[in-house]
Design a protein. Sequence first.
Length: 352
Amino acid sequence: MNDSIRSLAVIVWLFGCGAAFAQGFAGLGTEAEGFALPQPGRALSFPQDHGAHPDFRIEWWYVTANLTGPDGTPYGLQWTLFRSALKPGEAGGWESPQVWFGHAAVTSATMHRAAERFGRGGTGQAGVTAAPFQAWIDDWHMTGDLLGTARLAATGTDFAYEMTMRAAGPLVFHGQNGFSVKSAAGQASHYYSQPFFEVEGRLVLPEGEIPVRGSAWLDREWSSQPLAETQSGWDWFSLSFASGEKLMGFRLRDATGGDFTSATWIEPDGTATAYADGAFAAVPLAESPVAGRRVPTRWRVTLAERGLDVTVAALNDQSWMGLTVPYWEGPVTVSGSHDGRGYLEMTGYGEE
């Protein structure tokens, strides 16, 4: 294969997969014939499950962080590595069916900057190893110990960051020991988090270098068909409260009407309680015009069994990830029965 044909093949491969990824956010509601499916009762095993699962169709290593500069200015950052497969399994070189996507962003109340990378499996350009843990695409990387110290870095055309993350608590499993149900029909994923990272590092912006401190949350999830065919997108919240407690909750929107919800309440020591459909509620209070869309940027979030009734508001309502796969992702503030901050991700909001 000559260089020009090889280059064309890479473009077709990457963007063909990207188109599938954008349809229903990774075609996540389409049939997954031939791919492995999450199984209830499967015990997650470490360090193996920190690594890739190439027999599953979609997977991500997802970090969000709430940071503060020396003058009190709040910032947020995101670092994500996605793996998407055209067929199950792995192979060397150009035979690999695995495609990798990297997303990174930095946000403040007045700016939102995002960048993306694409990589082909089998070439060494991107990948994940479980032990020692390394996740990378080009020069973007997350390395170290997810129960100890890890380092995180990314660069875009108009930003960069380098962070040191130190785990101050255990891993947290969502759903039934990491088996997270996503619909009444039983679609599911394997899902765990490290929500206890304490972070320090530096942001590099056009105006200069800014030292920052704060907290970070890593989400790890893999599946092959985590959405039902009629589910159009999700609203996902990771909230950290001044009390030391934390909440992961999501609302999956269904085009036929009705939502499917799930939540995990996390104590300061890492003890987790899962809540099934209906216990957690997220109701939009206000929308903002964003990239030709109307996107909810102020929410009422409740979990009655925990006495939670809070308003969640975007730090910057224009936190639109205008990438090949577009979605909204940004830091939020929390006020009401519990005060704190966190992150919100919203997918599936189309243009008006």
